[in-house]
Ligand binder design. Structure first.
Ligand code: NDP
Length: 322
């Protein structure tokens, strides 16, 4: 009987996910994912967690009968999946359903970065077109650019397909070459940056990608270089990026993600050659509904069939005990 299974929702969650969890299970809400908020009476009853917030090891340890954490979003860097795996707790994310949306946003961000569309619109809105004439010609263009993708996974592929249609050449860096893929592979990120003038990062936020886009990589990208980040802010040395943008080491950057969201360094906000978005990669009603459904479908599949739809690699081997 699923309606007797307690699912804990710490912090905010998408409305549609809340409504479906409430209907299918016994839903309990908590202000935030803080173990000190878990009462003794609640601790032993929780079998599942649905969340779009960080879940740390202490929170997992405070729930002795926890079986599954259904996380909202494809990037699950905020969930301690390794600890969950060690404790036999399944973790799921929401891949695929957001891939095309995020790739669309990446292209929009890239075009805005080189063609300054947001600034040009402000020029019109501020009446400057009438008073001062046409918006200045943009120094950058997409024409003739060579793109490099850091993180050629699901979203990286969808971005590459779009870039091909725009007539750009494509190269990439992953830890492993993708079998059967004809784009030029670079075994190092600095090597990729040296070979291209447009670096698009869609790599996950992990220990191995931490500050991977550093001063050396930005120098290798060069003075006409454009950097776009739609992956995770933790993959960039933000200080080095600010220095590169203000010192002409690269031409421009378009960022959807930051090291300490929602706080964005004033130095970045002050830079005219930075195009900044508030982490809206997947943020349409359509795609967020699909992500909400996949969160709940994972819980339903786990408690009815004993198998989730989209386990993260770290917990793929976790089995449901009777
Ligand atoms: P995938 O797992 O399909 O792709 C990730 C790619 O990154 C893989 O090709 C992987 O290849 C590569 N990679 C991982 N670690 C490294 C490393 N240390 N060095 C080089 N390459 C590495 O994920 P998705 O494409 O579905 O999503 C990618 C990320 O995009 C998410 O993790 C999330 O953080 C971010 N994202 C951001 C959104 C936004 O709103 N801005 C929305 C959705 C996702 P290999 O294993 O061979 O190294």
């Amino acid at each position: 009987d699923r309606s007797a299974v307690t699912i804990l929702v710490p912090g905010r969650l998408h409305e549609r996910a809340l409504a479906r969890v409430d209907k299918a299970f016994k839903m309990v809400r908590l202000d935030r994912a803080d173990k000190s908020l878990i009462s003794d009476g609640l601790a032993g009853t929780v079998r599942g967690v649905a969340a779009m917030t960080a879940i740390d090891a202490a929170f997992i340890d405070a729930l002795p009968n926890l079986e599954i954490i259904a996380s909202f979003g494809v990037g699950y860097d905020a969930v301690d999946a390794r600890h969950a795996a060690a404790k036999g707790v399944m973790v799921t994310n929401t891949p695929d359903v957001l891939t095309e949306e995020v790739a669309d946003t990446a292209l929009g961000l890239l075009i805005n970065t080189v063609r300054e569309l947001a600034r040009a619109e402000n020029w019109l809105r501020q009446g400057r077109w009438v008073k001062e004439g046409p918006y200045p010609l943009t120094k950058a263009t997409l024409r003739g650019r060579h793109a490099g993708i850091f993180g050629m996974g699901r979203i990286g592929m969808a971005i590459a397909k779009r870039l091909e249609a725009f007539g750009l050449s494509i190269a990439y860096h992953n830890r492993r070459r993708v079998e059967g893929l004809s784009y030029e592979y670079h075994p190092t990120l600095a090597g990729l940056a040296a070979a291209v003038d447009t670096l698009i990062s869609v790599a996950p936020g992990t220990a191995s990608t931490e500050k991977a886009v550093n001063a050396e990589v930005l120098r290798a990208l060069g003075p006409d270089g454009v950097f776009v980040n739609i992956g995770r802010g933790s993959t960039v040395d933000e200080e080095a990026l600010i220095a590169a943008l203000s010192g002409g080491v690269i031409r421009a950057a378009g960022l959807d993600v930051f090291a300490d969201e929602p706080r964005v360094p004033q130095a970045l906000i002050d830079l005219p050659n930075a195009t900044l978005l508030p982490h809206v990669g997947s943020a349409s009603v359509h795609t967020r509904n699909a992500m909400a459904d996949l969160v709940v479908d994972n819980l339903v599949a786990w408690f009815s069939e004993g198998k989730p739809l989209t386990p993260v690699p770290e917990t793929a081997g976790v089995a449901k005990s009777a």
